[in-house]
Write a protein that binds this ligand. Structure first.
Ligand code: S3P
Length: 170
């Protein structure tokens, strides 16, 4: 059975927030971005959290955020952060309580979009970004597949086409 709550999952810069906003708009549901939720609840930006508290503290905030972001039976559309699937507890919650849409993108697509969107990703602030993308993606791909109820290959699609694939599937 599919859940009323829809979570977008996928690698950094795969389009989760943009697709999520547009999907929520089409479905007339509230939209929440998990990273923004963490930023407003802590009063810190994601790079600040990584640099002042460390990744483990960020993962704890992310775990709490995933379970606290929804009240009761509220049907929302949620854009998760690309690393949400790294924690087994989160994967369990996503499989149990959410319909998960995986936005799958090739490393070359991610690299291009990272340059365009201007958002700072602490985990990719390294010299060899292409290598970092490939290796993180290699680690995480199984987990995205594990939670996914539906997958969209986004490499050659504009946002409206991604949204309409999801709506057709729902
Ligand atoms: C992360 C992805 C980011 C953000 C943080 C860590 C990751 O979100 O949560 O920088 O580990 O993949 P986006 O996927 O929205 O970039």
């Amino acid at each position: 059975m599919q859940h009323q709550r829809i979570a977008l999952v996928g690698f950094m810069a795969s389009g989760k927030s943009t697709v999520g906003k547009s999907l929520a708009n089409h479905l007339q549901r509230p939209f929440i971005d998990l990273d923004k939720h963490i930023e407003s609840s802590t009063g810190k930006t994601i790079p600040d959290i990584f640099s002042s508290l460390g990744e483990e503290a960020f993962r704890q905030l992310e775990r709490n955020g995933l379970t606290n972001v929804v009240r009761g039976d509220e049907s929302i559309v949620l854009a998760t952060g690309g690393g949400v699937v790294t924690q087994a507890a989160n994967r369990d919650v996503l499989k149990r309580e959410w319909t998960c849409i995986y936005l799958r993108a090739r490393p070359e697509t991610i690299r291009r979009r990272l340059q365009q969107d201007g958002v700072v990703r602490p985990l990719l602030a390294v010299d060899n970004q292409t290598e970092a993308i490939r290796s993180l993606m290699g680690l995480r791909e199984t987990w995205y597949n594990e939670v996914a109820d539906f997958t969209v290959d986004v490499d050659s699609l504009e946002i409206p086409a991604v949204v309409s694939q999801v709506i057709d599937w729902l």
